[in-house]
Design a protein around this ligand. Structure first.
Ligand code: PLP
Length: 383
């Protein structure tokens, strides 16, 4: 069977341009960028160029504000660590109820050390209760950490005024922007964020490389201690091929986020998939469809149907999608994000996520629709 890959929020295909740029750094250009000889200088220059591309992607004022890490999870952990080290006397951390498991686990850890964690709820569409959020930001708040775009539903957080409120209160503001590049323009100045996490493999870069934006002047204690790499903010010999690939992917993602026509095409494709799937089963509904969303994602509850059974049938038909977030794929638990949106455990266990990319074709969408219709018919006949 030919595969139809509709799981781009789990990971994306490496862009050919990124692969091509990486190859020399997996071959003859292997020197350590910190070494003193001329051959190493060109490696350091490639790292510098990639840092500039990532800085441009997020609208940073200076490339020095970009710290390369091993991925989104490390960036998020580093952001929490640095913010809490910088604000030792403030007792409160604020997150939402729909965070990715990385930020959720960091918040749980903070709570276990005796600080207070406020988890601000969302409405049925997955939209943050902004009034509740603003009420939590004061002189006791060390850190506010939110998603830019939700990995399960694609719902975008309305960020207006949050950065300013954090700044006024002296709280650190972190955004998990892992699902945003290439989908929305990123501007760390406009949203007044202090720390922002990225992961290259979510935007057609390689796996095992990410970045943390750290606003100039922000006190920063490194999570990973060791050598002086990354301006003493992340120790360890640089993943040069990964960094080079991430730089190219960042350049492409910046262009994609500005390509209004391309995003409109993607949204139209997502909308047609969503409409066909909602029509395929009585009571089916698209989660978060009433909110501002990225163009690539649809998350659909098929009441009375088991997401794992549907996924297994889709997998046999070559259609690759997911139930909840990929990190939870092996644990059959209802999606915490959908539970937080007020769904029953049954409905939250009956949802599938389809995430498209610019490579998705109309023919693939049609095959996915047919496969879902067949799977629903089969499960209906059985059940
Ligand atoms: N944050 C969000 C919103 C994500 O979707 C993911 C990946 O699933 C991560 C963080 C973690 O990124 P990584 O797995 O690359 O460390």
């Amino acid at each position: 069977v030919q595969r139809v890959y509709l799981d781009n929020n789990a990971t994306t295909r490496l862009a050919p341009e990124a692969l091509e740029a990486m190859l020399p750094f997996l071959g003859e250009l292997f020197a350590n960028p910190s070494s003193p000889y001329p051959g190493a200088q060109s490696i350091a220059n490639a790292v510098r160029a990639a840092r500039g591309e990532v800085a441009r992607l997020v609208g940073a004022r200076s490339a020095r504000e970009v710290v390369f890490t091993s991925g989104g999870t490390e960036s998020i952990n580093a952001a929490f660590y640095a913010a809490l080290r910088a604000q030792p006397t403030r007792p409160r951390v604020v997150v939402s109820t729909v965070e990715h498991s990385a930020a959720r686990a960091c918040a749980d850890r903070v709570e276990a050390t005796g600080r207070e964690v406020v988890r601000v709820p969302v409405d049925a569409q997955g939209q943050l209760d902004r009034e509740r959020l603003f009420a939590t930001v004061d002189a006791d708040t060390a850190l506010v950490s939110l998603l830019w775009a939700n990995n399960e539903t694609g719902v975008l957080t309305d960020l207006s005024g949050i950065g300013a409120a954090c700044r006024a209160a002296g709280a650190h503001f972190h955004l998990d922007a892992v699902q945003a590049p290439g989908k929305v323009p990123l501007d760390v100045e406009a949203v007044e964020v202090d720390l922002l996490s990225l992961s290259a493999h979510k935007f057609h870069g390689p796996k095992g490389i990410g970045a943390l934006y750290v606003r100039s002047g922000l006190p920063f204690a490194p999570l990973v201690a060791g050598g002086p790499q990354e301006d003493e903010r992340r120790a360890g010999t640089e993943n040069v091929p990964g960094i080079v690939g991430m730089g190219v992917a960042a350049r492409l993602a910046g262009a994609h986020a500005r390509d209004v026509a391309g995003l409109a095409r993607l949204a139209a494709q997502r909308d047609s998939l969503e409409a066909a799937l909602v029509a395929a089963s009585p009571g089916a509904r698209a989660n978060g469809a009433g909110a501002a969303r990225v163009a690539s994602t649809t998350n659909i509850t098929f009441p009375g149907r088991d997401a794992q059974a549907l996924l297994a049938l889709l997998g046999e038909a070559g259609v690759e999608a997911s139930a909840g977030s990929a990190c939870n794929a092996r644990k059959v638990a209802p999606s915490p994000v959908l539970l937080a949106m007020g769904q029953s455990p049954e409905d939250a266990s009956a949802a599938l996520r389809f995430s498209l990319s610019r490579n998705t074709t109309a023919a693939e969408v049609a095959r996915a629709v047919a496969a879902v219709q067949e799977a629903l018919a089969l499960l209906g006949a059985l059940g």
